[in-house]
Each structure stands twice: as structure tokens, then as C-alpha cells.
Design a protein around this ligand. Structure first.
Ligand code: FAD
Length: 336
């Protein structure tokens, strides 16, 4: 039995979770067992219909009056109760910050091994209940490692954007049943929990899922300089990202950071402005389909890796780019 741990926003399943569920279902097809999902929060049931086409036959909704916000140990407790109740041998989750944190807690509670940021998994031939072979990203994704995951319960997370989310064939897709679970929580489970949220002014486009990301680094020169990037991102319906230098200097919040210790992005277009392209940054944007670098240094690694580059001062180039896009739109629509 395989269980997929699903993250959602108000019942809207995250793309990274659909990618993880895709890998979990492929393993379930190989092993021939049922494939269930676990999601936390009263509104999680709204996402059940989205999971059916991915081969999930039952969704366990973990809900509790004290579970109205993210609390990693409490979420893990709910997950562990489901694992034990259904006898799950493998748990698959997205390799997001939350996914990795909750799985680490669950692994500690169960004494089970966990492999983070996997890109592939297979059961050992003829060993349906035993060990798994996983391929996982190491060193920020700069190398791949084959490893064995053995034990009565095996936990793995899937590196975001490493595989495509794919629905199952019609014969596997089902309408999942929804089972509610009220976990036995203690005060200790709720010591670490989210107590408040401040919505980022991204206009609703999340960095991890944006089709266009406009990233800024030290070359932007200060917090105010990001206004030009925000204007371009808004015009293109995208999100603003940044390098760690920009967060360390307090120009942008950590939530905007792209890279090894930030968000991994996979946009159709990444416009990297004043970012040198250090390996720790590249790790976060290597899944971008196309990269446009804007930089004063023609030898900067970001420039040499990019599909296109404009060499020059971003404070000259960005206003020109924004002006050209506005002009083209006006010409096409007649709306100034
Ligand atoms: P710089 O390397 O200083 O580059 C600035 C660039 O701007 C240069 O290429 C310059 O030519 C260009 N420039 C300057 N002025 C202009 C202008 N007016 N117009 C156009 N271009 C201009 N970094 C991350 O980004 N994400 C991470 O998650 C991350 N994790 C890390 C984890 C660890 C453990 C460590 C050790 C480091 C990590 N880093 C991370 C930091 C990383 O090594 C680099 O230091 C950082 O990415 C550099 O940021 P930058 O490109 O903005 O700055």
C-alpha cells in the first residue's frame, strides 16, 4: 500500500504534489497495490476530485479543531496515524520545504528511513514489500545518487519540477472516497505552528508555479530598484524572484529567493537581471525552459548559460523593455 501526502491551498492541490503523486502512482502500478492520499485541513476534501484522475482511490482528510494552520509535528502525527491505520509501506510527498519537514517528523516518529528530493523510484525485482531503489538529487541537484531505501515503512519526497505531473490512464483513474481522520494531538505537537500570514503582493502568481519569473540580484542596487522588475513581471503576468544577496541585504523577503536555499522555479521564461549565476542560484532555476540574462558582464556565468543575453545596465534596459512591450500592446489592442 502506497500513500501520497498532498499539499494544497484551500483545496487547490499544489503542482509539486501532483508531480509527487504521479511518481507514487507509477510505483503503485508496478507493485499492484492500492494508492491512497493524505491531506490536512477541513478544506482538503475539496481537492479530492483533482486526485482521482491521478489514480488515487481514497483521500484521508486529517482534521482537528487545533489544526487550522501549518504545524509540522501535528501534520506528521496525523499522517502517521493514517499510515498505521491503512498499513502503508511507502509514503511519497513533494520535496517542498513543508513536504520535507513533515516527512522528517513522520520518519522520526516511525523510526522509518527517508530519502529527500528523489527523481525516480522502483521496487527491487521480486521484492514487493521490501526495499526501494531511489535516484535522488544531492548537492543541490548538481549530482544524482542511487540509493536503497529499506524498512517496513519507506518515506521519500520528490524534487519539485524533476518530473511532469501526469494523469493516469482512464482504467486507473477513479473517484476517490473521502475518509476523515481526527488525530490525537498533544500540546507538544503544536509548539511549532504558523500563527499569522502576510500575503505577498504578487498578484496571486506564486514564484514556484509562475510561467514568467523576473529575478533580481546585487546588480539591481537596492530595494527600490526592484520596482522596475515588478513592473515588468506584472506586464508579463509573472512573479518577481531574487538571489540570496538580495534577501541577505534585506531588499526582498526570503520567500522571493530562488536557489538551493530558496524556491526552485520552472517558468517558461526566466529573466535574470543583475544576477551573476552562482551554482547555488542556478540550482533553483535550471528547470526554466528559457533564460534571458541582463547583465553588464558578458562573462558572467548567467550570461554564458542563458538562451539570450542583453549586455548593459539593467536600469537602462528594463525601462526600454517595459516601454517596448506597452507600445506593442497598444498597437495590437488600440488600448493605451
Ligand atoms: P553577485 O554574484 O555579486 O552578482 C551581481 C551581478 O550583477 C554581476 O554579474 C554583475 O555583473 C551584475 N551587475 C552589477 N550591476 C549591474 C547593472 N547595473 N546592470 C546589470 N547587471 C549588473 N544564492 C542564491 O541566489 N540562492 C540561493 O539559494 C543560495 N544559496 C546558497 C547556499 C549556500 C550554502 C551558499 C554558500 C551560498 C548560497 N547562495 C545562494 C549565494 C551564492 O553563492 C551567490 O553569492 C549569490 O547567488 C550571488 O548573488 P548575485 O548574483 O545577486 O550577486
Amino acid at each position: 500500500m502506497i500513500v501520497g501526502f498532498v499539499e494544497h491551498e484551500g483545496g487547490q492541490v499544489l503542482e509539486a504534489s501532483l508531480q509527487a503523486i504521479t511518481l507514487g502512482r507509477r510505483l503503485a502500478e508496478q507493485l499492484g497495490g492500492p494508492f491512497h492520499a493524505v491531506a490536512v485541513g477541513a478544506d482538503a476534501a475539496a481537492g479530492a476530485d483533482r486526485l482521482g484522475p491521478f489514480g488515487v482511490t481514497s483521500v484521508h482528510v486529517v482534521d482537528h479543531e487545533r489544526l487550522d494552520a501549518f504545524a509540522p509535528a501535528a501534520w506528521a502525527q496525523g499522517l502517521v496515524e493514517v499510515i498505521e491505520a491503512v498499513g502503508a509501506a511507502t509514503v511519497v510527498a513533494a520535496g517542498t520545504e513543508r513536504g520535507n519537514e513533515v516527512m522528517a517528523h513522520a520518519g522520526a516518529r516511525l523510526g522509518a528511513p527517508m530519502a529527500a528530493n528523489c527523481v525516480d523510484v522502483a521496487a527491487e525485482a521480486g521484492d514487493a514489500d521490501g526495499s526501494l531503489r531511489v535516484t535522488r538529487q544531492r548537492w543541490g541537484g548538481s549530482l544524482l545518487e542511487d540509493a536503497e531505501l529499506a524498512g517496513p515503512v519507506r518515506i521519500l519526497t520528490v524534487a519539485p519540477h524533476a518530473i511532469r505531473a501526469e494523469e493516469a490512464s482512464a482504467s486507473v483513474a477513479a473517484t476517490p472516497s473521502v475518509e476523515r481522520v481526527t488525530p490525537a494531538l498533544t500540546d507538544a505537537d503544536l509548539i511549532v505552528r504558523v500563527t499569522g500570514r502576510v500575503e505577498a503582493g504578487t498578484g496571486g502568481v506564486s514564484l514556484a508555479e509562475a510561467r514568467v519569473v523576473v529575478g533580481g540580484g546585487r546588480g539591481v542596487g537596492g530595494a527600490d530598484g526592484f520596482a522596475e522588475l515588478e513592473e515588468l513581471a506584472e506586464l508579463l503576468g509573472g512573479a518577481v524572484g531574487c538571489s540570496r544577496v538580495a534577501t541577505s541585504l534585506g531588499w526582498r523577503p526570503h520567500a522571493d529567493q530562488v536557489g538551493q536555499t530558496g524556491t526552485r522555479i520552472a517558468p517558461d521564461l526566466y529573466i535574470a537581471c543583475g544576477i551573476s549565476g552562482a551554482m547555488q542560484h542556478i540550482v533553483g532555476c535550471r528547470s526554466a525552459k528559457h533564460v534571458l540574462a541582463i547583465n553588464t558582464d558578458p562573462e558572467a556565468p548567467m550570461v554564458t548559460r542563458a538562451d539570450w543575453a542583453v549586455i548593459g545596465d539593467l536600469h537602462t534596459i528594463l525601462p526600454a523593455l517595459v516601454g517596448a512591450i506597452r507600445q506593442a500592446r497598444t498597437a495590437a489592442t488600440g488600448v493605451p
